[in-house]
Write a protein that binds this ligand. Structure first.
Ligand SMILES: Nc1ncnc2c1ncn2[C@@H]1O[C@H](COP(=O)(O)OP(=O)(O)OP(=O)(O)O)[C@@H](O)[C@H]1O
Length: 411
């Protein structure tokens, strides 16, 4: 009864696909390269040079390809995480988005406008109003109060004193710094200073916030706090965010989608569930090996067809519920749990299937479910594990891409 399976499969992904289709890109990046070194332009233009490993390229040309033929969209309202080890090209990639670093080749479009064609004034406007950056080193002005630091971006924009103080006060409250308005940065903890940095970026009300490893200097508890702050702001405001991190847990916690970089390439782009559940290659598989799968994978991975009886009883879970939540529901009630979306039972999950996901063998259930769908009226089946838009450009090269040197052109 494959038609039923397909219907159910489609239904399971309906919302996600609709969400995906309905969200226009803020940034659209196509074939982007950044090569550092002599005559950098020739590298993307020459297929032979472009195909070299980082080490070969360096020895043949003296060039480092920090970003190599990268394409992706950042969708409106999403948290897009750029993740990878040190030296994989994350900072270079994100700095290219607003041309803090000049790309060597490729195109970058923000809301339909060609970033590479922007003149200086337009670029300034882009960085000040449309895509504000929050850095790891907060760059706070030591002699100014919290309030004045937050108002600084507005001051640069020429906003009047009264208006900018009002706006600054509003965002200071939003990031939980109320009562500290008149302190100076030196009188704040690292986490509080980072909140000031965040507030300063928010004050200019940018369309996109770009975060460059903003929390990596913070201790783990404060870091967790700040991550929650970002999630909260994101939920409350729906602001588009691009977030660089080398920390997989941070990426999984924050990202709607993650671009995993290696040696300047994006080796996999997908949701946390896609990356953990369907790693594109051995490199990604190794990267995500120790992730607690039950906290990332959703019940869609474990779902199978429901019999008529199963469809009518047992605890109900949303399709986005994690396997961990489902285990709790199944253990508590001793029944299979139903996956219900807008009143419709998409399928059920039982303890075997849930354990299969935890053990990393959960993919089998999709096929079995497709075969097992019996058209009993409740008919449901699991989606294929690879469904979704996780694209994988395979990791082709080994390399020693280490971050060695200072960055160019950082404003
Ligand atoms: N100005 C520069 N000149 C030459 N090479 C550079 C320059 N900036 C970066 N690179 C090189 O480009 C590659 C990518 O660096 P990048 O800083 O983008 O990586 P990253 O993933 O952000 O690393 P990290 O997590 O350590 O900040 C590295 O090999 C780095 O040495």
């Amino acid at each position: 009864m494959s038609s039923t399976s397909t219907d159910v499969q489609d239904a399971a992904f309906e919302r996600t696909d609709a969400e995906r289709a309905g969200t226009a890109p803020v940034f659209a990046v196509e074939g982007l390269w950044k090569v550092f070194g002599p005559k950098a332009d020739r590298v993307p233009a020459d297929p032979e040079l472009a195909a070299l490993t980082p080490a070969e390229l360096r020895s043949r040309t003296g060039c480092t390809a920090a970003v190599r033929d990268v394409s992706f969209d950042v969708r409106k309202g999403e948290v897009f995480v750029v993740m990878g080890l040190s030296g994989s090209g994350k900072s270079t990639l994100v700095r290219c988005l607003t041309r803090l670093i000049e790309p060597t080749a490729g195109s970058i479009v923000i809301d339909g406008e060609d970033v590479r064609a922007m003149d200086k004034a337009r670029l300034r406007e882009l960085r000040r109003h449309r895509a504000a950056m929050v850095f790891q080193h907060f760059g706070l002005l030591p002699h100014r109060t919290v309030l004045d630091n937050v108002a600084y971006g507005l001051e640069v924009q020429g906003v009047g004193k009264r208006e900018r103080r009002e706006k600054a006060q509003e965002v200071v409250t939003k990031v939980g710094l109320e009562g500290m308005e008149h302190r100076r940065p030196g009188q704040l903890s690292g986490g509080q200073q980072q909140r000031v940095g965040l507030a300063r970026a928010l004050a200019v009300d940018p369309e996109v916030l770009l975060f460059d490893e903003p929390f990596s200097a913070l201790d783990p508890l404060i870091r967790r706090d700040m991550q929650e702050e970002v999630v909260r702001l994101h939920h409350e405001e729906g602001r588009t965010m691009v977030f660089i991190t080398h920390d997989l847990n941070e990426a999984l916690r924050l990202g709607d989608r993650i671009a995993l970089m290696r040696d300047g390439r994006v080796v996999q782009l997908g949701t946390p569930e896609e990356i953990v559940g369907s790693p594109a290659d051995d490199y990604v598989r190794e990267f995500v090996r120790d992730v607690p799968r039950e906290q990332v994978m959703t019940v869609r991975r474990a779902m199978r067809a429901a019999s008529a009886q199963e469809a009518g009883e047992g605890p109900a879970l949303a399709p986005q519920a994690t396997v961990s939540e489902a285990i709790e529901a199944v253990a508590r009630t001793g029944q299979t749990a139903r996956v219900v979306d807008r009143g419709r039972c998409l399928g059920v999950v039982d303890s075997d299937a849930l354990l299969g996901v935890v053990a990393g063998t959960g993919g089998q259930f999709a096929d079995e479910a497709a075969d097992a769908t019996d058209g009993s009226g409740a008919g449901s089946a699991a989606p294929a594990p690879d469904q979704g838009d996780g694209t994988a450009e395979s990791a082709r090269e080994q390399g020693d891409g280490t971050a060695e040197s200072a960055r160019e052109g950082v404003a």
